[in-house]
Design a protein around this ligand. Structure first.
Ligand SMILES: Nc1ncnc2c1ncn2[C@@H]1O[C@H](COP(=O)(O)OP(=O)(O)OP(=O)(O)O)[C@@H](O)[C@H]1O
Ligand SMILES: [Mg+2]
Length: 246
């Protein structure tokens, strides 16, 4: 089922119309930056944005992987909320990439139909202009997952993925990359090794501390630069600088 509740047509996903999503408002209440921009959660995402900006004083384009140890810690929701928070800064253009080729979710959270995306782009079947869509939020664009491949890790770990991130940095100020759970699927660690930073999304009171630490160490050992954590859980979302409290 697509997000709109329609049964998608059989066959390959259609290429994206770059502007089709511009008129689709975000309706999911988890996206506090859109639905409750004055809420505490929204303010906490702005604080997280400020921490990220403070780590990047020269304002160079940055790619950031959103990772978590296990499923369901809030990566996809945090990816969208952080994208919206970053885009509030004048002149900041944000691209969200749904690189969770196991359980992609960004189109559904945004209420968009499923279109060709990352897997078709990496496979050379569409170009960037037919894979990336603008959204209803100014300066926030989306590269959805596309068709789920059997060989996600091969695609994610390919030179083409590294080249794509580089190409996106020519066009966008921040690239936020949503990923599958890092402990059992190596895609997040592979992406971390070719990105500027990794944010660990941790659901408070849910994931045992040693599991978070194990994931942190694994991401760093694979070459990732873990910037800090984005704590989620109930109504709490909190950013922490790399050096605070460690
Ligand atoms: N800030 C939030 N407020 C309310 N609910 C939230 C929030 N963040 C996440 N959730 C809920 O937690 C669940 C998991 O969130 P999300 O899909 O973002 O996690 P995920 O880490 O991307 O999961 P997966 O590993 O399956 O991709 C969803 O039901 C979502 O609605
Ligand atoms: Mg997700």
């Amino acid at each position: 089922m697509s997000a709109s509740g329609q049964i998608p047509p059989a066959g390959p996903l259609q290429p994206a119309d770059p502007d089709e999503a511009r008129v689709v408002p975000i309706r999911r209440e988890e996206i506090a930056m859109a639905l409750a921009p004055r809420s505490r959660i929204a303010e906490q995402f702005r604080a997280l944005r400020n921490s990220i900006q403070a780590l990047n004083p020269d304002g160079a384009p940055r790619s950031i992987v959103m990772a978590s140890a296990v499923r369901g810690e809030g990566k996809s929701v945090a990816t969208i909320n952080l994208a919206l928070a970053l885009a509030e800064v004048p002149g900041t253009h944000v691209l969200m990439i749904d690189a969770d080729l196991h359980a992609p979710a960004l189109e559904d959270y945004l209420g968009l139909p499923h279109r060709a995306g990352l897997s078709e782009l990496l496979g050379g079947r569409v170009g960037m202009d037919r894979a990336i869509r603008t959204t209803s939020v100014p300066n926030v664009s989306l590269l959805a997952a596309g068709e789920l491949p059997v060989n996600s890790t091969e695609l994610i770990g390919s030179d083409r993925m590294r080249t794509l991130i580089g190409a996106c940095k020519q066009r966008y100020s921040y690239i936020l990359i949503d990923t599958p759970e890092a402990l059992t699927i190596s895609d997040a660690a592979l992406l971390g090794s070719v990105s500027d930073g990794v944010l660990m999304v941790v659901r408070l009171g849910s994931t045992p501390r040693h599991v978070v630490e194990q994931t942190y160490n694994m991401l760093e050992n694979m070459g990732g630069n873990v910037l800090g954590t984005c704590l989620t859980g109930g109504s709490v979302v909190e950013g922490k600088s790399k050096y605070a409290g460690r």
